[in-house]
Design a protein around this ligand. Sequence first.
Ligand code: ADP
Length: 383
Amino acid sequence: MKMANHKTKPAQVPAPNAAGRLSHLEQELATALERHELVWQATNDILYDLHISSGEVIWNDALCRQFGYSKHELVGSLEWWVSHIHPDDALNVEDGLNKWFESNSKTWKTEYRFQRANGTYSYVLDRGFMIRGADGTPERIIGTLLDITEQKRLERAKDEFISLVSHQLRTPLTIIRIYGDMFAEGLLGKLTDTQAEHIARMTAASVKLIKLVDDILNVSRVELGSFDINRSWVNANEVVRRTVSEAQVVADIKQVTIAFKPSRSAQRIFTDAECLEQILENLLSNAVRYTSPKHGKITVSCSANDTELTISVRDNGIGIPRAEQKRIFERFYRAHNAVNIEEHGTGLGLYLAQILTRMLGGQIRVESAPKIGSTFYLTLPKE
Ligand code: ADP
């Protein structure tokens, strides 16, 4: 790849004509070039112009100003750029870029850490616009880098705060639930029917709150990067069976059936069992919550080929409106038909399930039809 020296875009002002005057067109061109040059220099956003075949990158001065590089330290090449991306982010950026190159999308954005002249890293938001040749081949990317380090620091502080508060909430909530259970079981004396009813409501509310706090805690652990993945050889059939029997407790109350079809080929997979269990717990508890009492039927199946394991969770519940199917994996998103049925959802379960699935190197997708049902497919690499 050709290395090019750093340079800013020169404004080529047209020469005056023979009469010493600029024609109207030439004047417009000169004004446009001057405006372009001013924008290029004046903006606080870092601007780049990458020529893909040569690897040449033209930066504006903001990169030197913001990250402390002198002009001779800055090399206008793709290699220089890539070598300044944090090693832990490089693969992710490369992966995203490859997907963008293969798609027909014009724009792309991603976040990563970029090295400053003093060796520390800043978080940047990279937003690119691609210019392609007539046959669709990527030729050039024009884009901006925005320093979002401060925003990231605030987000982290907020996540740490939420994590701390949730953690502190969990213990008192659990105590309320335990005493509620003890009252219900008659261990703390006999209750009148009305008292028992009130206690049952209190316990149900505390269980919902504990679930909410757990979801928030898990999301903040994942977002803070403090969720560890510990892989080992796992029998996926056993993990599914365990999760199904836990979900069965609530399913029984609703008289919803859960059938499980194990598969011999799912007996050995190198993954994190706890993480897999958490993903399945979310899919199964949704399947139970979004099917109607007495009529609900849920089927969980495992299947695998040489490289991948797929676990499907099928239900005959309310389904998901087509237009909303893409959004249900977003944080806090809830489809409108679900909100009517189950008002206490958090919209965090699938968001978390998707992040955990990605951490395991897999994918999650849904096929669904309103009033007919939904099937969630979880695909994981076997090794
Ligand atoms: P929650 O269920 O707490 O609202 P989730 O993140 O688990 O949050 O799910 C997001 C949304 O996806 C739900 O609100 C619902 O609209 C939809 N959804 C998830 N699973 C199902 C399902 N099995 N059947 C119908 N809708 C579902």
